[in-house]
Design a protein around this ligand. Structure first.
Ligand SMILES: NC(=O)c1ccc[n+]([C@@H]2O[C@H](COP(=O)([O-])OP(=O)(O)OC[C@H]3O[C@@H](n4cnc5c(N)ncnc54)[C@H](OP(=O)(O)O)[C@@H]3O)[C@@H](O)[C@H]2O)c1
Length: 364
């Protein structure tokens, strides 16, 4: 590490306050940890909700931000599988661990070694910063909330990638409502890799990307007045049912539509109910919770506690790195905001206004 290294952090001092840039000490990695010099940090809707609404903020002043991408500068005493100079993306786990040195919006962060993925040369730091939260949420939705079978490699440790069976999509239909969202784009690809036939909804301008680049088989315009009927008809033409939905938007309107699709395939007397994974709590005051559908909210952070196996599979076992290298998993499009810690507020404000088919990443 350069002797004059400076750690600039965007600090949130109170609910609703603008970010303040402050210098912090550069931390030293302990056992199982690496020190990363961020080069790009991604922004999520949770960041503006945490800043403006105080969502899941345990104390002030605090540093938020989760999606990091950069170069390993130093490794902890027992670390052998990562080394200084490695290009990685990392999930900054302060959201869960509440350790400020593990928070994303600063120049230097500490990360658990098992929450870092090596970035192959074909993936930029900007692209790396689009990945961690979207992948965690997609993996939690599919393999924890919906309990879909994992890609076949998972059961035969260590996982490998690139087999034809992972890329083919002969399996059950998984509908991703909101495929152009960051969570949606990651979920489409994880589901495809897990063998699902993926249906999704998005505005028309994203249809070619979601089908040709990410592998969704059916893409329907969510603004179409017949969106539900179009999805149902497409499944019926294939002789298949839609029994699993990830609603990556989860507004009253999208939830009602997701329920309507699933209800069309509910069979009287069937033991298993169709399943709906939401990314937001169910809006109880506006929408009656359907009894005929199993509804559960996704928690992306399960990868950092109850489903460590998923994080280890994706990161430690290099599954994500292999998918990125082979092109089986594509980082989402992105827009760059410059300025490092000084650019955090601008980037958060852009995400709060709403983005379309891209992640906002801060150049650091
Ligand atoms: N529960 C969890 O653990 C967890 C974790 C991460 C995120 N989340 C939540 O998941 C949601 C998505 O996050 P994100 O970062 O993926 O969002 P995002 O990328 O900012 O979402 C923007 C996209 O949403 C799409 N969209 C908006 N309204 C839609 C509708 N009615 N139908 C279909 N698509 C629609 C837009 O598509 P078009 O461009 O096609 O219009 C746009 O591309 C947020 O509410 C976030 O807070 C939850």
């Amino acid at each position: 590490m350069a002797p004059n290294a400076v750690n600039q952090a965007a600090i949130l001092v109170a609910q609703g306050a603008d970010m303040v840039v402050e210098e912090r000490l550069v931390p030293s990695p302990g056992p199982d940890e690496v020190l990363i010099r961020n080069r790009a940090v991604g922004v999520n809707p949770a960041d503006w909700k945490r800043q403006r609404e105080g969502l899941l903020i345990p104390f002030y002043p605090i540093i938020i931000g989760t999606d990091c991408s950069g170069v390993i500068e130093a490794v902890g005493p027992n670390v052998t599988t990562r080394k200084p100079g490695d290009r990685v993306c990392a999930y900054a786990d302060a959201f869960y661990s509440q350790k400020l040195d593990h928070a994303g919006f600063q120049t230097y962060i500490l990360s658990n070694i098992h929450d870092t993925a090596v970035l192959p040369d074909n993936v930029s730091f900007y692209q790396g910063a689009t990945l961690p939260t979207a992948i965690a949420t997609g993996a939690a939705a599919l393999f924890e909330t919906l309990k879909l079978p994992l890609p076949s490699e998972f059961s035969t440790n260590p996982p490998t990638s690139g087999s034809k069976s992972m890329s083919a999509s002969p399996g059950p239909i998984l509908l991703v409502w909101g495929g152009a969202s960051s969570v949606g784009m990651a979920t489409i690809q994880l589901a495809r890799l897990a063998g699902c036939t993926v249906y999704t909804t998005a505005s028309r301008k994203h249809h070619a990307y979601l089908s040709e680049e990410l592998g969704a088989k059916v893409v329907v315009d969510y603004r179409s007045p017949t969106v539900v009927d179009e999805l149902v008809a497409a499944a019926q033409r294939e002789g298949k049912e839609i029994l699993h939905v990830v609603d990556a938007i989860s507004t009253v309107e999208t939830l009602a539509n997701s329920v309507e699709v699933l209800a069309k395939f509910r069979r009287e007397g069937a033991e298993a109910k169709p399943k709906l994974a939401t990314v937001q709590p169910w809006p109880e005051k506006q929408l009656v919770l359907p009894r005929e559908i199993e509804v559960a909210m996704v928690r992306g952070d399960v990868l950092w506690h109850s489903r460590r196996d998923l994080a280890l599979w994706l990161y430690r076992d290099e599954t994500l790195a292999k998918w990125l290298q082979s092109g089986e998993f594509k980082p989402s499009p992105y827009r760059v905001v410059k300025g490092g810690a000084a650019g955090v507020q601008e980037a958060i404000d852009i995400v709060a206004k709403g983005v379309s088919g891209e992640k906002v990443v801060i150049e650091w």
